[in-house]
Write a protein of this length. Structure first.
Ligand code: PMP
Length: 287
């Protein structure tokens, strides 16, 4: 696969792409990003990602660098130039280059980088056996709804998960509630069959996969509550799973040392996973 990146108006070999040391993304983590899945050569949920990207920019008063239609052309070019069929696109927009000063520059121009990467080889064990999550305190700021490139607490959380031999770290707030994972949204299914996930407020990132799964849950007429759930509730749930662009839906079979349900991927989770794959494939047929 060729490795071509879009860097501020130019398509370059990825290892030659560079931004200034005075870029505010580098200096202050003053920027936002998106990760978008590509399946069978088609971009999944482009509109949702573009909407969220624009919202993140607007919340930080970073001027939108271009119209959605221009972004769509750049993304398509990145797919084509990298001959990418299955993988993901990464978009990063920072406030741009300016002498280091906390206040926003008056006439800044956003820096835009897009890369395209192949999907990691699919590990069937993840769906067959499920995964374990550990729990960690949620030490993040109060604007987790912005998809900011400032990700240190998430980076530290994911590293702790790795060191514990777990797939993900669920973040627990001061009230004992599970907000979300370090790179994914968190869900449980109660013994009564209610599917619960944290509401999309400032405490979590409103996942694009989460939105799609919510729609599937509603379509199937399953019981649903968008409300915070506590770690205690999670430990007695029948099923648990996580969602995210790069992992779709992953069954969770252990939280810290406690097995979830019977310790195997739950039937509702597996059904939803199938429904999500179908949902993605339908986007391909439609175009
Ligand atoms: N929460 C966090 C903190 C994340 O980093 C991500 C993935 N970027 C998600 C949730 C899932 O969002 P999406 O479904 O849009 O990938």
């Amino acid at each position: 696969m060729p490795r071509i990146a879009y860097v501020n108006g130019r398509y370059l070999p990825r290892d030659q792409g560079a931004v200034s040391i005075e870029d505010r993304g580098y200096q202050f983590a003053d920027g936002i990003y998106e990760v978008i899945w590509v399946r069978g050569g088609r971009i999944i949920d482009l509109e949702g990602h573009m909407e969220r990207l624009e919202r993140s920019l607007d919340e930080l008063s970073i001027k939108r660098p271009f119209a959605r239609s221009v972004f769509a052309v750049i993304l398509a070019q990145c797919l084509r130039r990298n001959r990418l069929a299955d993988g993901y696109l990464y978009i990063q927009v920072s406030r741009g280059v300016a002498p280091r000063n906390h206040v926003y520059p008056d006439h800044g121009r956003a820096s835009v980088v897009v890369t395209a990467s192949r999907a990691r080889p699919y590990d069937p064990k993840v769906m067959e056996k499920g995964v374990r999550v550990i729990t960690i305190p949620d030490i993040r700021w109060q604007r987790c709804d912005i998809k900011a490139i400032a990700l240190l607490p998430n980076v530290m959380g994911k590293q702790r998960a790795k060191e514990a031999g777990a797939f993900e770290a669920w973040q627990i707030n001061a009230l004992g509630e599970v907000t979300e994972g370090s790179v994914s949204n968190a869900w449980i299914i109660t013994h009564e069959g209610e599917i619960i996930t944290h509401p999309a407020n400032n405490s979590i990132l409103s996942g694009i996969t989460r939105r799609a799964v919510l729609a599937l849950v509603r379509e199937q007429g399953l019981k649903l509550a968008e409300r915070p759930f506590t770690l205690e509730e999670a430990l007695v749930a029948d099923e648990a799973f996580l969602t995210g662009t790069t992992n779709f839906i992953v069954p969770i079979v252990k939280i810290d040392k406690t097995p979830v349900g019977n310790g195997k991927p739950g039937p509702v989770t597996l059904d939803l996973h199938q429904a999500y794959l179908t949902y993605m494939d339908k986007q391909n047929e439609g175009c």
